[in-house]
Structures are given as C-alpha cells and as structure tokens.
Design a protein around this ligand. Structure first.
Ligand code: ADP
Ligand code: CDP
Length: 424
C-alpha cells in the first residue's frame, strides 16, 4: 500500500496557498523532456541557495491525520525550522482523478543547507502512531529545471526514494481543491456525520464523551412547536446580541444561542482542535439547540442567536483559501440545510459596512493595531463568510441592513418577523 501522505498516484497536483489571494499551482511530469520546458517555474520556488520542501497528510475524515497536521504546523515554527517560511499546500488529483485531498505545507528555507532537511526528517519521524508522511525535496537540475524527490522515511532512520519527477507549472483548477472534500472535512450535513468525528475523539479529548452524552439525550428529529422561531445571523459585532435581546423583550420570546450554554464550557477546548473536530463540535451544538427550540416553541416565540448558517458559513470560509471566487458555486450541497435539523421560520442576516463593524469592534475594546496583511486577510475572510451566508438555502437568509440606530434596526426586524410569521 502507498504510504500516508502524498500518494504515489499518477500526476498529483499541488496548490500553494500564499499570503495573496491566488493559488500557485504545479504538477509533476514523469519524463525529463516532456511538458513545461521554457515555462517559468512556479513562483513559490525561490532561487538557490534557498531550498524548498513539502509534506502532506490526508485531509479528512481522519481525526489522527487532522491532529498530525496541526501538530506539524506548530512544530514547523520551532527550532532551526523557525527561520523557514511555511505556506499552506493542498495536494489533489487532476480533474477526473480519484485521489482524496491532502493538506500540508511548502517550506521555504531561505538559506538552504543540510540542517533544515535533517530537522524536517527528525520532526516527521517523531510524530507517533502514524507512519511518517513522505518528505518532498525540491532540487534544481542542470538546465535550471526543477525536480521533486519524494522520500519515504524509515522509522529507525534512513530513507527510500519513492519517486523523482519534474515540477511543471499548472493552471489554477476550475474549482478550489478543497471544495470536493468540504462535506467530510468541515460542513457536516447530518447529525451522524458530525457525531462520528467527535466519537473518534473520545480517547483523546475527555470532553468529547460529555458532548456525545448530551447529544444522545436529545430527542432525535425534534419538531418545531406552533410559535415562530427566528434566527439572527451575522458576523461578529453586527449587532446580534443587541437585536436578539430587544426582540426577546418586544415579543416576550425565549432567547437561545448556538452553541448552547450546556456545552459552552468546552468551547475553548474544541476551538483549540483542528477544524475537522472544531466544526463537528459546533455542528452537534446545533442539534442540541434544536431540541431546546422544539421544546420552547410550544410555549412562546423563540429567537436564536446564531444557528446552522453560522456553523456552515464560517466552516466554508475558513477552509476555502483566497478570494471570494474560490467559494463553492451557488446551490452547492454545502449551502443546503441538513435534512435532519429542525428548521426555523425565519433567518435574518445582519450586515454592516466593514468600517462600521470595525467602529463597533473598537467600541467593544478590541485590539486596534493590526498589520496591513492581516487586515487584508480578514477582509477576504469576512467577504467569504458573508457571501456564504447569502448562498445558504432552504431556508435562506434574509439580509437586514444593521447600520442604522439600534431602534431603527429593531423596527425593521420586528416588521420582517410580523410579515413572515403573522400576528404574534
Ligand atoms: N444599531 C447599532 N448602532 C450602533 N451600535 C450598535 C448597534 N447595534 C449594536 N451596537 C453596538 O455594537 C457592538 C456590537 O454589538 P453586539 O450586539 O454585541 O454584536 P454581536 O452580538 O453581533 O457580536 C456593541 O457595542 C453594541 O452596543
Ligand atoms: N452556531 C455556531 C456559532 C458559532 N460558531 C463558531 O463560533 C465563532 C463565532 O463565535 P463568536 O463567539 O465570535 O460569536 P459572537 O460573539 O459574534 O456571537 C465562529 O467563528 C464560528 O466558527 C459556529 O461554528 N456555529
């Protein structure tokens, strides 16, 4: 069997996630003469004496692989590797290929030298239960061409060459490489899908058992009562807390939030885990909230601060690097409401301009000084979350401009609730 990590299938493709919004893509060509001669090398490969390395692990749905990926990312910042620049790397197969997505790193060592390679080998061997991921080493050929040597590390020391192939530049694929795997890695479309990820964690994370116990106590397929259920969605600081509180007071409603209070003491633990686990935690939180909604909506209107749309929109926006155009196309399965999750009557999406949002964040006392690049990255991230919210379907989100005064926003929201949910 091929080792874990960049599989030996024919022509794997690679996408490097740089700090900008474009993916830099390359693939491998078997024969020396074929393809790509004369084409410039992908710009993620720096000229000598700099040297590049790559490593990848399967993306999903394996909890051990997800944790290995996160551990490697942390370790790549330490020791002699700390001087290297580490970029995200996706390994996927050409359109029509069968290989599952792998996630990893392209490591740029500005000075070159044997020390980095030794440190990388040591790092990969020291990661416990899984076989060490193969190490890709990039070498310039005599005529300026570039080769990838893929080394399989032996546990005890030494290494075997798995393949040596020429690196050639490639076009960006029509669909972002992470899109096909989204529903196994980040957006879980059923209780069972999310549950099975958290189940894999019980021996690693004690809190996972407690979460599963709570989920299993909830009645399955909860049905909504006769009172309306209204969800308020939006980015951080768009006014959800303010609006949900006033709607609660105005309608004599019950206010719920996702994740629910009963699991919020474990939120920090799961936020520190890789996205696979983190997203599964939030997904399960929604099923717990569903049972609370079912019960409460037999007695009064219910207003919910964040629900499924938050879980899906944030998951999609974090998994899909780069620009808004990289998001899955409209009507993609990740924008569909899970069939086994209680649906609300109305979902309102609060939006404010980026400037107003920053004013509100600062008003709340958040850190002001952010680096230019981070602001840029945040801006792309924000756009992707908001666009994902807008693409959600069945139920979709109805957008509300939340820039006016608190009173005016509340008036608009109450008007929309009356229009959609009838007399209260
Ligand atoms: N319509 C509004 N106009 C001005 N400031 C607002 C408005 N709504 C909320 N705020 C303020 O903006 C900040 C973020 O609002 P909050 O309701 O906590 O947002 P969220 O729950 O979405 O993070 C708070 O300081 C809040 O008082
Ligand atoms: N239903 C939910 C709620 C939050 N979340 C996650 O929690 C984060 C937002 O939580 P937050 O504490 O900033 O929310 P607010 O304080 O802005 O309401 C997002 O990054 C989501 O990843 C989720 O996935 N699903």
């Amino acid at each position: 069997a091929p080792p874990a990590g960049c599989s030996a299938q024919a022509r794997p493709c690679f996408a490097v996630e740089g700090p900008g919004s474009d993916l830099v893509c390359f693939t491998l060509s078997g024969s020396e003469g074929a393809g790509g001669s004369g084409r410039p090398l992908p710009r993620c490969f720096l000229p000598a004496p700099a040297r590049c390395y790559s490593l990848c692990v399967p993306a999903a749905p394996s909890v051990p692989a997800a944790r290995l990926h996160r551990r490697l990312r942390q370790r790549l910042r330490q020791g002699p590797l700390g001087r290297c620049r580490v970029l995200g790397l996706l390994c996927y197969s050409a359109p029509g290929g069968q290989a599952a997505l792998e996630k990893g790193f392209l490591i740029q060592d500005p000075q070159g030298g044997a020390e980095t390679e030794r440190a990388l080998e040591e790092l990969l061997r020291g990661q416990g239960e899984l076989p060490p991921p193969p190490l890709g080493v990039y070498e310039a050929g005599e005529r300026g061409e570039l080769w990838q040597c893929l080394w399989v590390l032996r546990g005890a020391g030494g290494r075997d060459l798995l393949r040596r192939a020429r690196v050639v530049a490639a076009e960006e694929p029509p669909l972002h490489p992470a899109v096909p795997g989204l529903r196994h890695a980040a957006v879980f479309l059923s209780l069972e899908a999310a549950r099975s990820v958290v189940e894999q964690c019980t021996s690693l994370i004690p809190e996972a058992t407690a979460v599963l116990d709570l989920v299993d106590k909830c009645p399955k397929h909860s049905k909504k009562g006769d009172f309306p259920v209204i969800v308020i969605e939006g980015l951080d600081a768009t006014g959800k807390t303010t609006v949900t509180q006033s709607v609660k007071d105005s309608l004599n409603a019950l206010l719920l939030r996702s994740p629910p209070a009963c699991i919020s003491q474990w939120r920090k633990t799961f936020d520190d885990e890789p996205t696979l686990i983190r997203r599964a935690f939030y997904a399960l939180g929604n099923y717990i909230v569903a049972s609370e909604i079912a019960k409460a909506s037999t007695e009064s209107p219910v207003v919910v601060d964040r629900y499924w749309h938050s879980t899906a929109a944030y998951a999609i926006a974090t998994e899909i690097s780069g620009k808004v155009q990289n998001l899955p196309p409209t009507q993609h399965e990740v924008y569909q409401w899970p069939e086994d999750l209680l649906k609300p009557d109305l979902v309102l999406l609060l939006t404010v301009s980026p400037e107003e949002r920053i004013r509100r964040l600062q008003g709340r006392g958040l850190e002001k000084t952010e680096e230019e690049t981070e602001l840029e990255a945040n801006s792309l991230f924000r756009q992707k979350v908001e666009e994902s919210y807008k693409r959600m379907e069945n139920p979709g989100c109805q957008e509300v401009d939340a820039s006016p005064s608190r009173e005016e926003v509340l008036r608009t929201v109450l008007h929309l609730i009356k229009k959609h949910c009838g007399s209260l």
